[in-house]
Design a protein around this ligand. Structure first.
Ligand code: AMP
Length: 584
């Protein structure tokens, strides 16, 4: 498939804001791809392979600007100026290639497979002289492309393709193109255990639906983690679970999925990134503790003082993510204990369909607790009084609250799904209007007076998982330390976009739009009805949405959450409704 065909469709996609239209264009494109489908799917994602393979293109804007300067024969300052004006190196590449149209397409015409292969070569180039080699590949790519191709290729390499299609939209389009609608749920479940859209695309296209349906937990493929719904009180949870409930401490650390086979151990984050290198201690401990042949475990890593049994704040763990140096020092300063609460694979056998009580038993028989690995403390009960006392115990031990786990025969492990099989109860929900929300930054307003030079407020949104959109819910201007406040423009500089991002639904027009990527934790006083915000628009009142009243930043950037992991609009609606109940 010619890449110029793909560019054409990408441009069509950028001209529509409607999800149905987007999906329709995508379906056409996927159907045309034939043998290039797998590579095409990755390129639509702006990637070369699934995230967990850790393949990175690794070229900064600055380096590419050098390449553009070489191709155009213009000084680098000329390119830099254009880039500063356009805010998008892709546009600059297009302009430059247009002005050299007479040279275009002398070489081989660019195909999807060839582009993917070349980008793979680019990503694999390392060591001495690699910057030059990478630039050479980039220049070759551009010289064999149309100006429009050059724009998209540049955006892919800089990690800013931003077509406005999430993985779930691509998956929907794949199902429409190559499968029966009746298999949609199973295909979604398969994807959650094996989040490789390229592979799933290829299997669906070749009619191997059975291979897709058989996908479950697999060693060294990070499963999307199971998530919890929320309810405001013990009573509501027990009622919802119809008496089939166990309660576990809700530890405030980092979700940790451990895969082990023989001596090989790998660790994945909540967002399915591999974080093995950041936790050599957990790797070593897992090798020693788990003598089984192979397993996949789910738990929460928490900084812990083994002498006093004290748990430390989450921030101490988050310092370790992405940090490669001084790990030994950090290990000593912040020893980690992993509280395990699930097992989904053991010795070659998938356990995701085994009910939770049996999975827990298997987990209990797997190891002896020590300072490195513990079982999540739990109470199996549907007695409101006992559970309330247990909740208070969790809080006084430094936990965030409880996670209720359904204990019925149906209590399977549902990868990636927020469902009523797990329900969280956090301390904040106990006091009426005091929830923390994880919201996505979608825009910012220029600051004035004391805030001159930075932003006065951010525009935040919740995630609507049905429409795959981000709906605004508040303007946030408080809770920032000066350091954080004055660093905001820098923090968001490479996320600023000219127009409203395709998936953002907003009535307000901020001074700058921000690509929905960053999640932040916000504390609010109340959920109220608001005509200016689009969260759950029209669901509570005609011509109005929902908003957070008195939002404050808690200081916690949720780097571990993707925008699609933010608090959903559905959750906001549930919070609004349960608030109403408690007012009565
Ligand atoms: P939240 O991030 O507020 O949606 O809460 C869900 C998170 O709580 C999970 O992703 C885990 O990281 C964490 N967690 C802590 N303890 C447990 C537990 N016992 N069971 C399940 N999740 C837990």
């Amino acid at each position: 498939m010619k890449f110029s065909k793909v560019s054409e469709k990408f441009t069509e996609m950028s001209q529509t804001r409607k999800r149905l239209e987007l999906t329709a264009i995508l379906v056409d494109l996927l159907k045309e791809a034939q043998d290039d489908l797998k590579e095409l799917v990755y390129l639509i994602q702006g990637k070369l392979a699934p995230d967990y393979e850790g393949i990175q293109l690794g070229m900064a804007d600055k380096q590419l600007a050098k390449g553009l300067s070489a191709i155009s024969g213009k000084p680098q300052s000329f390119i830099d100026e254009k880039f500063a004006k356009e805010g998008d190196l892709g546009n600059v590449a297009k302009e430059i290639m247009s002005s050299r149209a007479q040279n275009a397409l002398f070489g081989e015409e660019m195909t999807v497979k060839r582009l993917h292969q070349q980008l793979m070569n680019l990503s694999r180039t390392s060591g001495k002289g690699s910057v030059e080699q990478k630039l050479k590949i980039y220049e070759d790519l551009l010289l064999n492309s149309t100006p429009e191709d050059a724009m998209y290729i540049t955006r892919i390499i800089t990690g800013k393709l931003r077509l406005g299609v999430s993985d779930s939209t691509i998956l929907d389009a794949l199902i429409s193109a190559f499968a029966d609608k009746e298999h949609a749920e199973e295909i979604n479940e398969a994807y959650n255990f094996h989040p490789d859209l390229g592979l799933i695309a290829e299997l669906l296209r070749s009619g191997e639906i059975d291979k897709v349906r058989a996908m479950g937990p697999e060693l060294f493929v990070p499963a999307k983690v199971m998530l919890a719904e929320r309810l405001p009180g013990v009573h509501e949870i027990i009622e919802k679970m119809s008496g089939n409930s166990a309660f576990e401490f809700k530890y405030d650390g980092i979700r940790t999925q451990i895969h082990k086979k023989g001596k090989e151990v790998r660790i994945y984050s909540r967002g399915s990134e591999e974080t093995t290198k950041n936790f050599p201690d957990i790797v070593r401990n897992a090798r020693e503790t788990f003598t089984c042949e192979s397993c996949i475990l789910d738990g929460e890593s928490v900084p812990y003082n083994s002498e006093t049994g004290e748990m430390y704040p989450f921030q101490m763990v988050s310092q370790r993510r992405g940090r490669k140096h001084d790990l030994e020092e950090m290990e000593k300063e912040v020893p980690i204990v992993v509280f395990l609460f699930d097992i989904i694979y053991l010795n070659g056998k998938q356990l995701h369909k085994v009910p939770y009580p049996d999975r827990r038993k298997i987990l209990e028989s797997l190891f002896t607790e020590d300072d490195k690995f513990k079982l999540a403390t739990r109470l199996v009960s549907s007695d409101e009084k006992k559970v309330t006392a247990f909740f208070n115990e969790a809080i006084s031990s430094g936990c965030e609250g409880l996670v209720a786990k359904n204990t019925s025969e149906q209590s399977i492990y549902r990868a990636g799904a927020r469902g009523w099989l797990w329900i969280k109860l956090k301390r904040e929900y106990e006091s009426e209007f005091n929830d923390t929300l994880d919201l996505v930054v979608v825009g910012a307003f220029t600051g004035h007076g004391r805030r001159k030079g930075t932003y006065g407020a951010l525009l935040l949104a919740s995630y609507n998982e049905v429409d795959d959109t981000f709906e605004t819910i508040c303007k946030l201007g408080s809770g920032f330390t000066d350091d954080v406040l004055f660093n905001l423009p820098k923090k968001f500089a490479d996320k600023i976009v000219k127009d409203k991002p395709a998936r953002v639904e907003s009535k307000l027009v901020p001074d700058v739009w921000i690509e929905p990527e960053q999640v932040m934790e916000v504390k609010g006083a109340e959920i109220t009805v608001s005509p200016i915000h689009t969260c759950d628009y029209g669901k509570v009142e005609k011509d109005a949405g929902l908003a957070v009243r008195f939002p404050r930043f808690t200081g916690r950037w949720r780097e571990d959450k993707k925008p699609e992991d933010a608090t959903t609009s559905k959750e906001i609606l549930e919070m609004f409704n349960s608030q109403k109940k408690s007012i009565k």
